[in-house]
Design a protein around this ligand. Structure first.
Ligand SMILES: [Zn+2]
Length: 270
């Protein structure tokens, strides 16, 4: 039996034991990413997945780390202008996943916009700008930060509003704990816990994931392979995605203070 077929069988058995409502190779529902597993054809798609963190003005005394993780709201609009006028179409990570696993059609120049860490900027600056351009994006949220009302972060009400407007609100663990060298219990708590919180508040069960600080190990991957997580993004650089790299999806880091020209260079891989 080929390895991938074996994987599907094992996956199905595990899903059955865990009584997950996770149809495997059922008739795919184009609107429900959880219904997507794989039709048996390996595919590769080249598409930039941009990785953003803060979209705000720099606070006074910002250190080097903060500066490297921040683009200003006006710089972000320059990026959207580049995407718009050069014919790129932002899609969600779920849409890219469906194309890789089922061969669904993508626009000519697809790009995935991702925003990590659940900052308030993502509602105040990013969401408003995206709506103006008719763009969608994927947001990775550490859900315990939202539960505790941590300053500078989104609220559940804002997350509901963004989800209802078509944004993909996906998990980034509960507490932003790094997932290398941790126990099975920690992985389940951080991954399934954050999935459940988002499903509860938005009514949409998320199936994507982002590893905090890009950290994970072989044990993380083996546990995640049995979880209802369809695709997980890292902080490694790359834009070639394949059907079988689903738990190690590479992204393109947007450097601090990036101009429109920088984004143009990233998109074209130059
Ligand atoms: Zn993070």
């Amino acid at each position: 039996m080929p390895l991938r077929a074996l994987f599907l069988v094992v996956f199905t058995l595990i899903a059955g034991v865990l009584q997950l409502s996770f149809p495997v190779l059922a008739q795919p529902d184009a609107t429900d990413p959880s219904a997507v597993v794989w039709d048996g054809t390996l595919r590769r798609i080249r598409a930039p997945i941009l990785m953003y963190h803060y979209v705000s003005e720099l606070p006074v005394g910002a250190d080097a780390v903060r500066r490297e993780l921040t683009v200003s709201p006006s710089q972000f609009r320059e990026h959207l202008d580049v995407l718009f006028y050069e014919g790129y179409t932002p899609i969600s990570l779920s849409t890219l996943h469906r194309a890789l696993n089922l061969g669904t059609q993508l626009p000519a120049k697809p790009v995935v916009l991702t925003f990590d860490d659940g900052y308030i900027d993502h509602y105040v600056h990013v969401f408003a700008a995206l709506q103006e351009y008719g763009f969608e994006a994927t947001f990775f949220v550490p859900t315990a930060f939202i539960d505790e009302g941590r300053p500078g972060h989104l609220t559940w009400e804002q997350i509901q509003t963004m989800s209802a407007a078509g944004m993909s609100m996906e998990p980034h663990t509960k507490t932003h704990r790094e997932l290398a060298g941790v126990s099975y219990d920690v992985l389940v708590y951080e991954a399934l816990g954050s999935i459940e919180s988002l499903a509860h508040y938005t009514g949409v069960t998320p199936r994507m994931f982002s590893y905090p600080v890009g950290r994970y190990d072989d044990f993380t991957l083996s546990v995640f392979a049995s979880m209802p997580i369809l695709r997980a993004v890292t902080t490694e650089r790359g834009m070639l995605h394949t059907t079988d790299n689903r738990l190690e999806v590479m992204r393109m880091r947007v450097p601090g203070g990036a101009s429109g020209a920088t984004i143009r260079a990233i998109l074209t891989g130059s």
